[in-house]
Design a protein around this ligand. Sequence first.
Ligand code: NAI
Length: 454
Amino acid sequence: MHDLIIIGGGPGGYLAAERAGHAGLDVVLFEKNKLGGVCLNEGCIPSKTLLNSAKVFEHAAHGEVFGVTSENAQIDQKKVIARKNKVVRILVAGVKAAMKKHNVTVIADRAVITGKVAGGYKVEAEGKTYETKAIIIATGSDALVPPIPGAREGLEAGYVLTNREILDLDVIPETMTIVGGGVIGLEMASYFQTVGTKVTVVEMLDHIAGATDREISNLLLKNYEKKGITFHLGCKVTGIEKGRVLYEQDGEQKSVEAEYTLLSIGRRANTNLIGLESIGVYTERGAIVTDEQGLTNVPNVYAVGDVNGRCMLAHAAYREAEVAVSTILGKKDMMRYNAVPSVIYTNPEVASVGFSEEELIEKGMAYKKQVTPMSYSGRYQAETDKGDGICKLLVDPETNRLLGVHLLGSYASEIILAAGTFIETEMTVDDIREVVFAHPTVSEVLREAVFQLE
Ligand code: NAI
């Protein structure tokens, strides 16, 4: 009998395997597709590779203000995709090597839980039965395909895309309509607008970027409208045809041209066809229910990453994986979701940790607020032209600790680590004031903001 079977080789699964293997457990990891999961193969890493190409292109094409001109800057989408594929190959090989190093047995097949045995569980794959004392389910999520007329047909024909197909699109379309102005929609809008596509985003809500602090998402919207992206907010998509997307606005039927249409309306946990019913694992609204250790209602069966629907972010999956493995090893550990940062890699970047102002208002929690322009940072001034980035702090007036930090501007994705650390370690504003920040860095805006706080 094995110590641990892990189903799914994405960030949650492979990191759990690595940690458990390192601790000396006998681990078997099942992956039906590619090691690295959505994050490495068709999510976080490929999209960041594309977005970096867009950044380089933007510098080349619009560097005049910094004294740089280059004639006729071009972007070659085939080369962009080829480089993305190379980056993915290197990282997937890295995961494979890590599995080997930590003595994890990797089996390239779909695994199905088939029931209980004395002291553990049965899992089937490759026509064989494996027995294990514990299971970590890390089967991830899939893009939601809405029941919009024409969506499925479009996917089959190739002019409707999800996060998977769009990262392999080796042409730059004239027009693209993005259904859903959340994280994926905005990152892809950022990429395709920069490389020359006319982008339209159709979003059901009256704002973009989901639960992001509204002051930040409104500023991002303003930045993007200025760049030329069209947003139709409060609009319901009613149909997708070859060449156009139909939507309803205030009861009126409208349409927008779309050579390609991206569906980015959220993701659904992969709980089907893994045999959850054979051992009675509870799910709620399609996701596996877990506690702060990642444990399901079934003893020694854990669920980490997107499949538990708690926080669909790769870095949350990493930490959930570690917490589950610690618990299996009998060590005390738990998730603290309030200190998990989130980032939207648009240009400018958005990064947040903790509560948004809207959440604090909704919960009736008291707070002090400080909004400091990024332009207080010398480095930001040096590198940004007419930037309107901000650093927003929300502070508990009683404890003087940070409740939330929200950034829009360059390097936000890197700076947010500091803010998350301040929240995780429960530092007070006075503690933070004693921290020395390297100068000149954009992160100094955090220091400026804590000093400006009344
Ligand atoms: P999302 O939940 O971020 O956004 C979906 C948006 O679609 C919402 O604003 C919603 O109101 C809208 N919507 C839903 N149905 C619609 C309809 N019929 N018509 C128009 N709008 C509609 O989901 P998204 O962007 O697909 O991302 C999926 C997951 O992947 C998220 O959980 C996200 O956190 C994760 N992700 C994280 C990234 C990061 O950390 N940088 C990057 C990409 C994805």
